[in-house]
Design a protein around this ligand. Structure first.
Ligand SMILES: [Zn+2]
Length: 301
């Protein structure tokens, strides 16, 4: 059986979100319409159920779909603020006449076993809707349709429990997102927690990191600083536009350069012969030599 989530973030049809998850309440939809399967019921809940009702799971002969996380205290037991609505997880078994009834009941048992394991709920706390309010639900199991009674259903659940439940197959995408969010740690821990999915998840993550575009600037920042100092990128708004995403970095460096040294003053001093020529000028101007010389070259060429 396929188990999937079509989770709804919130609903008005609830008491709260502090379900103690002590019980699982089994229902049958009593909707025999063709196509009234788990997907249709999940969609009904996703659209905000017009009926003042809500439940966690729906299951048919093909799949189980979760609509709400188990913390929700939903409206499915007709017991007001009783233990049914407040502290049980609601499972609707679909009865669409174009589905296979026995298979839907078997899938329901598998789903119940899955929830029991997940939330550590005892088989004795798997109950009928009828248990909370006397309603005739799950109606078909209660009347033993196709020879499957309530005690048969529970035996089926026990059988599924012993078989070991297969966790719903999370998509690799979901596992990758969770891994990136840190849910599975690193190294050996990650390998252990991801189990058979480790290789695939890790391969995808490695790919993501290796394929990250290497945003190699076509020009180095130093070159842009130099060009800016030479006036190639104008001033103010024009410079901002010309340098684009590099503007801030370039400007920071330029501001830093001018923090202590007035390049124009150095240019003037150099022109006045204060820093000599050739090797002497280079030595005298030190790290400012190139800037000063560039400005002079540009001005007097
Ligand atoms: Zn019910």
């Amino acid at each position: 059986m396929k188990i999937k989530q079509q989770l709804i973030r919130d609903t008005k049809h609830k008491y709260g979100k502090s379900n103690k998850k002590k019980y699982i309440t089994v229902h049958q939809t009593d909707n025999w319409d063709r196509g009234a399967n788990a997907q249709v019921h999940a969609n009904l809940q996703s659209r905000v159920n017009p009926r003042k009702a809500s439940w966690h799971w729906q299951v048919d002969d093909i799949q189980a779909i979760q609509s709400f996380i188990h913390d929700f205290q939903l409206w499915h037991c007709s017991d007001g603020r009783g233990n049914g609505n407040l502290n049980s997880i609601g499972v609707e078994l679909c009865l669409n006449r174009d589905g296979n009834y026995n298979k839907a009941v078997e899938n329901g048992a598998e789903l119940v076993a899955y929830i029991m394991k997940k939330e550590n709920i005892q088989l004795s706390n798997v109950v009928q809707h009828n248990y909370w309010s006397g309603k005739n639900c799950p109606s078909q199991i209660r009347r033993g349709k196709n020879g499957i009674s309530w005690s048969d259903f529970k035996k089926l659940v026990a059988k599924k429990l012993n078989k070991g439940i297969v966790e719903p197959t999370k998509t690799i995408e979901k596992l990758i997102a969770e891994t990136l969010a840190g849910k599975y740690g690193n190294g050996a821990e990650r390998r252990r927690l991801l189990g058979s999915n480790y290789n695939e998840v890790q391969r995808e993550i490695d790919k993501m990191y290796n394929s990250k575009p290497t945003t190699k600037p076509t020009k180095t920042i130093d070159k842009l600083v130099e060009e800016t100092l030479l006036g190639f990128h104008g001033n103010g708004a024009e410079r901002k536009k010309s340098l684009g995403s590099n503007y801030q970095k370039v400007q920071q460096i330029i501001n830093g350069k001018f923090e202590r040294v007035d390049i124009n003053k150095l240019v003037q001093e150099t022109l006045a012969g204060k820093h000599g020529n050739g090797a002497q000028r280079k030595k005298s101007l030190g790290k400012y030599y190139k800037e000063v010389q560039n400005i002079i070259n540009k001005r007097y060429k």
